[in-house]
Structure formats: C-alpha cells, structure tokens
Write a protein that binds this ligand. Structure first.
Ligand code: DQA
Length: 155
C-alpha cells in the first residue's frame, strides 16, 4: 500500500508561518507523523511539497496507477486550484483533503474548496493531529474501496 502526501504553497514555512493559526510544528514534523502512521499499518509514504500548482498536478499524474491514496493539503490552492481539481478527478485512488486549520471557520474566501468535490473525504481543524487522522482515513478508505463498501460507492 502506497500513500502520497502532497503539500501545497507556503507549507514549507510551517513552524514560523502564522504560528497562532498553524502551530509551531514544521512540515518535517508533520511528515514524520504521517510516515509513522503509515508505517504502523505497513504502508509506504512518499512526500512532495511545492509552491507551484503545475508541480502538484505533475505529481498527481505520476501517482496514477502507482499510488493507492493521495493525502493533500493544497494550501491556498484549495480555494482556486482548478487544474489541481482536474488532476485529482483523473486520479483513480482515494483522495483525502487535509487542513491544519478549519477553513470554514475563517475568512469567507476560504469557505470554498475546489478540491472537496473530488476528494473521498476531508480532515480539517485538528492541527498536526490531522496528519495521523488523514493517513488512518486514507488507509481505511482504501480498504473499504477494495471491499467495495466505500460510502458513495454502489452498495
Ligand atoms: C490550509 C488552509 C488554507 O486556507 C491556507 O491557504 C493554507 C493552509 C491549512 O492547512 O489550514 O495555506 O490549507
């Protein structure tokens, strides 16, 4: 089982970027949390961060056919990244949208997610714990999809 963790723009600054919103843990800390959660279930985790939408689109394309689930914190691309939306729509595995904060409790422009309609589900508002929760959710969803019993699938 292989999981791709994708991190969008500005997440490389975690730890020093608006710590009152995003906390003091670095992106490396969150990747370590996600890796440990994946390894605990015998899954392999790969991580890629980019500040460029095209790089993330390329990473989603490369994941087609070789990755079981994508966990993605798209950063601000969440709210307007239509090419990322389209790339994820063309991905055949599980997609978990992840946010440290709860965008729905913030500025109105953060209330729209163009990723949510192509995600299997979303984890938001749990800070760094969200990385473990999102990996567990992705693993559960891959298992559920394999068993043909995922929510939203034909039952
Ligand atoms: C974020 C929320 C987004 O609105 C914001 O642009 C980010 C981080 C989060 O993890 O809470 O960059 O995705």
């Amino acid at each position: 089982m292989k999981i791709l963790l994708l991190s969008g723009p500005n997440l490389n600054l975690l730890g020093s970027r608006e710590p009152e919103v995003y906390g003091t843990a670095t992106l490396d800390d969150h990747v370590a949390t996600a890796s440990a959660a994946a390894q605990a279930h015998g899954a392999e985790l790969e991580h890629h961060q980019s500040n460029a939408e095209g790089d993330l689109v390329d990473a989603v394309h490369a994941a087609r056919g070789s990755v079981d689930a994508i966990v993605i914190n798209p950063g601000a691309l969440t709210h307007y990244g239509w090419s990322l939306h389209d790339a994820l729509a063309a991905f055949d595995g599980v997609v978990v949208e992840l946010h440290l904060s709860n965008p729905n409790a913030r500025e109105p422009w953060r209330h729209v997610s163009v990723v949510a309609p192509v995600a299997t589900g979303s984890v938001m508002g749990f800070g760094g714990d969200g990385y473990r929760i999102a990996i567990d959710a992705a693993l559960a969803a891959v298992g559920a999809v394999a068993a043909g019993s995922a929510v939203g699938q034909s039952q």
